[in-house]
Structure formats: C-alpha cells, structure tokens
Design a protein. Structure first.
Ligand code: ASP
Length: 355
C-alpha cells in the first residue's frame, strides 16, 4: 500500500499478523491469517488520515504466540533500514505476546527518537464490531504527531482501546474484552477521546541525539520460576540447573517475598554463586519488590537475588535476553538490572544509599 501526501508526516505500517488481519475459516470456524491488502480495503478511512502511509508485511503473517527473538530482530531490521525515511512506525501485531515484543523493541532500538506504536485488535478488522479500525487509525495519528517538528511520543508504545501505554510497562490482562492491556506501574501516556490528550510529563525524552543503534543479539538462556505455596525442591532445583541457563525471572509473592526454608535459600545462593542472575519480580499486577520490607524478602537479598523493582515479567525476561545478548558478565547484568535503561522500572531513590 502507498498513500502519498506531500508535506505530511510519513508512516511505515509493519504488519506482522494477529487477529486484526484474520478471517474466519468457513469450514473450521477458526480465525486464520489473511491478506494484508484485504485488511486495508476494510479501512477506506486511511485515505483521509493526514499522513503518507506505506506498508511492509511479514510473509506469511504470524500469530503472535509463535513470535519470538527472530521476529523481533526482523521488526528491528525493518525499522532500522527505514528509519531516516519515515517520521513514525506502526506495528500491527497479535495481542498475545505484544507486551513481550514491545519490551524487547524498547531495548533493541537504542537512541530511538521516533514513535514506534504497536497495536492490534480483539476482533478482526473485517468483522462488524471490530476494535481494529479505531486502534489502527489512532495509532497512526499518534505515530505522526509532532510539536515544533519534534515527535510527541519518541518511544516504543502500545496503543489499545483509547490508551497509549509505555511498551515495556504493559501486560495483556484480558483475553475477551477490548481493554486488553494495562500498565499498572506507570501512568497512561495519552488518552484518546474526542481528541488525543498526551501526558507529556510522563513521555520518555531521549537524552542523547545520537543516531539509532539497532541491537540484534539476544540470549535466550532465560527461565521463569513462578513460586507457589508448596513448591517442591525438585521443581526449583530442576529449573536452576537447566544446562547453560544464565538468567531467571523469579515471580515471588507480594513485595518480593518467598519461603524462608533452608533448602530453598541454599539453592538460590548456590545458583547465584555459580553466576546465575536471579531477578525478583512480584506476582502482583501492581506494586514493587522491596526486599528490605520483610525478613522473608531480606533473605533473598542476602542470597544474592537482584531486585526487579516494579518490572513486569515480560520486561524482565526481555531485559535479561538483551543484556546477556550484549555479552555482559553476570555482575554487569545485575548492575544493569538495578538501573532503568529506558524507563522500564522505577528505582527507589534510597536503593543505592540504603537510607
Ligand atoms: N492469537 C492472536 C495473536 O496474538 C490473538 C490476537 O491477535 O489478539 O496473534
């Protein structure tokens, strides 16, 4: 597709797949990926949007549950190769793993100073009650928005059901309703009603004017260890001893608490001592890990567990993949886990001073 409008912002639409472009198979009744041109034919309104739009599509389009580092690299490559030609990028993506992709892209696109807006839909664009049209059109408007010739939202975001969320702060929270995404630990960046209201104070401002530095290397030797009452030594041991494992995102209770049994703490300490980076994130949707608050959390700190603060699991997983992908040592990875690289975590002011 190519809609050219002189002197208007130019947007590149990257169609990766997902429900937004699917159609019902009349025989099986299941939703299957369909042709991108067909998707666009259902949105004649794109002709009225005040920007030039071009598109690139994944061939074949993918269900996002099948996406991973290779697809993220593909998206990064498309953005890097077209970076100077376009004012903004809209990535059409399945909702299932959109929060992982958005988190990964935020790390992989270093020095980003143009909008990269991910969106999709819960109902295909060709169906009567689709949410895809609104999501697509508003995402394009956000990607094209400028003030004094500077992009309003120069970061990786998810736009869904009226809200613009920081990508690496988002999670998919609903499989049925239109408001499928939330960012519990960071304010909404913009709300789209009759007009789009930006909360400019919350939007990430790039600190340097350096050129975009795309990163392609990710290390997938990562695991998630979700604690539950009654978890057995066999489960913990088998995860912590996965051959070549480098990082573990440990989902703990409340403000970062875990059982204080000796076998558990010893296993963690032994794993940390041999170079595994264990990042503590909470199973709660909102709030932060604070290992100083309870004795049970403090013991994790003593065992060498790193704090993931208020990180989502999606963000912690992709941050570990990214950091290990850069060839950093476990100590360096832990140092970076304890920093906000691109607004993905809130590091408490007293974290380094301990006051
Ligand atoms: N399974 C679809 C996907 O993530 C769901 C969606 O797009 O909403 O690709």
């Amino acid at each position: 597709m190519n809609i050219r409008k002189e002197d208007k912002p130019s947007i590149l639409l990257i169609y990766t797949g997902g429900t937004i472009g699917m159609i019902k198979n009349p025989e099986t009744g299941t939703l299957e990926a369909f042709n991108f041109q067909h998707l666009l034919e259902h949105v004649p309104e794109l002709q009225d949007v005040k920007c030039s739009i071009s598109s690139i599509q994944f061939d074949p389009p993918m269900d996002s549950s099948a996406m991973g580092p290779e697809s993220w690299q593909k998206i990064v490559r498309i953005i890097a190769e077209n970076y100077s030609t376009y004012d903004g990028f809209v990535v059409l993506h399945g909702t299932d793993t959109m929060a992982f992709t958005a988190s990964a892209l935020s790390f992989m696109l270093e020095n980003l100073n143009k909008p990269v807006i991910l969106t999709g839909s819960q109902v295909p664009i060709g169906m009567l009650r689709t949410d895809g049209k609104e999501n697509l059109i508003t995402a394009i408007e956000i990607a094209a928005a400028k003030e004094n010739d500077i992009p309003v939202v120069p970061e990786v975001c998810i736009f869904f059901e009226n809200d613009l969320l920081r990508g690496n702060r988002s999670s998919k929270i609903n499989a049925d309703y239109f408001n499928a995404f939330q960012s519990y630990n960071y304010p909404v960046l913009a709300h789209a009603g009759i007009s789009i209201n930006y909360d400019t104070a919350q939007i990430y401002r790039p600190v340097s004017r350096k050129p975009l530095k795309p990163h392609y290397k990710l290390d997938c030797h990562i695991a998630i260890l979700k604690l539950f009452p009654g978890i057995s030594p066999q489960v913990v041991e088998s995860i912590l001893n996965i051959p070549d494992l480098k990082g573990v995102v440990m989902e703990t209770f409340g403000s970062g608490n875990a059982p204080s049994e000796e076998w558990f703490l010893n296993m963690l300490k032994e794993a940390v001592d041999r170079g595994l980076v264990i990042v503590n994130v909470t199973q709660c949707h909102a709030g932060s890990v604070e290992m100083h608050r309870y004795e049970t959390g403090y013991k994790l700190l003593e065992a060498g567990v790193a704090s993931g603060f208020d990180s989502t699991t999606e963000c912690a997983v992709t941050k570990l993949m990214f950091l290990f992908g850069q060839g950093l040592t476990p100590e360096e990875v832990k140092e970076h886990i304890h920093c906000s690289l691109i607004g993905e975590v809130t590091v408490p002011e007293n974290f380094y001073t301990g006051n």
